[in-house]
Design a protein around this ligand. Structure first.
Ligand SMILES: [Zn+2]
Length: 321
């Protein structure tokens, strides 16, 4: 295994720095890549977060896995990249400093924009070495996602892994072109995309669900035996396969509040929240157009007509595990 000019032999534990570019201050920017390779052969799993620099909950999940030592395998290799877009993380923003969304730049090119060059380095140095990846994300801005795994296509192994991960929802989302997941799957890698929480926010349940999912996958792939480990997060006895969903949008502009517990099942016609003006004489209820699960909620208190408020499933399949 060769990464960033280093020969990674069995039994090696090393932190490398992916030197990407310099800031305009001439400060060198390096992305830490933490590699743990066991003496015994086995698959290679990449745990990665921060492709969007402000999605700190994913970063926290990978950080905690490292601090607890769960990334040190008995077989095979685990590579951790807690903050892929370190530029965005410094600026607390989603994008690269060139304004690009790194997750729309894959596979990138050696002579392209900064984000494109970075994607290219990742493609040539890291991707060829891995078999599996968990890519940790959160909702954008104020959109709070209940812990979920997103998968695309109908690859059996990926679906099995999504079940093993054990987040309550498995969301079948269409593959977007030029995303890391799109290009990695086209290269034969099995990618689980975890979504939980919202940008610039840490939620303990999300963190614990993410760590537990990673532990379940590490155990399932035979990288480590975690059968004696106490659980971080309660096991879901049934998982919800989300086959289709709708956004409930605001019919009025105003202030939105909701007491609905994210992840819960609501009945058709149930009041999910209210939209009011700031002056006390206008109040409208927001009702569920159909029965289903609420798996994402926008936390913005001020909404415009058309703002997506709540993400509701329209068609689900319950899977017992
Ligand atoms: Zn993201």
């Amino acid at each position: 295994m060769k990464i960033l000019g280093h020969n990674i032999k069995p039994g090696i534990s090393i932190q490398l720095n992916m030197a990407v570019a310099r800031l305009h201050t001439r400060t060198r920017i390096e992305v830490p890549v933490i590699i743990e390779r066991a003496k015994e052969p086995g698959p290679c799993l990449l745990l990665m977060a921060g492709i969007h620099g402000n999605e700190v909950n994913g970063i926290e999940i990978v950080r905690k896995i490292i601090s607890k030592g769960y990334h040190i395998p008995q077989k095979g290799t685990i590579i951790c990249i807690p903050v892929l877009n370190i530029f965005g993380f410094l600026n607390q923003q989603r994008e690269f400093p060139d304004g690009r969304d790194l997750n729309r730049m894959f596979p990138g090119s050696a002579n392209g924009s900064l984000a494109s060059r970075f994607a290219h380095i990742f493609m040539t140095e890291i991707l060829p070495n891995i078999d599996y990846c968990i890519d940790f994300h959160t909702g954008g801005e104020q959109r709070f996602n209940f812990s979920q795994i997103r998968i695309a296509g109908d690859d059996d192994e990926t679906y099995q892994l999504a079940k093993v991960f054990g987040a309550k929802f498995i969301v079948k989302a269409k593959q977007r072109e030029k995303t890391f997941r799109d290009i990695a799957s086209k290269n034969g890698k099995k990618v689980l995309l975890f979504e939980g929480g919202k940008s610039l926010y840490l939620d303990k349940n999300v963190t614990n669900a993410g760590i537990q999912g990673a532990i379940n996958i590490i155990h399932h792939l035979g990288l480590n035996d975690f059968s004696q480990l106490p659980r971080f997060y309660p096991a879901n006895e049934e998982l919800i396969d989300v086959e289709s969903s709708i956004w409930i949008r605001a019919k009025y502009s105003g202030m939105f509040r909701s007491n609905i517990r994210i992840g819960s099942f609501v009945k058709r016609g149930e009041v999910l929240g209210t939209i009011t003006d700031p002056f006390g004489d206008f109040e409208k209820e927001v009702k569920a157009p159909n029965s289903g699960y609420i798996f994402c909620r926008d936390h913005s208190p001020i909404v415009n007509q058309g703002t997506a408020l709540l993400h509701l499933t329209t068609n689900v399949k319950t899977v017992r595990v």
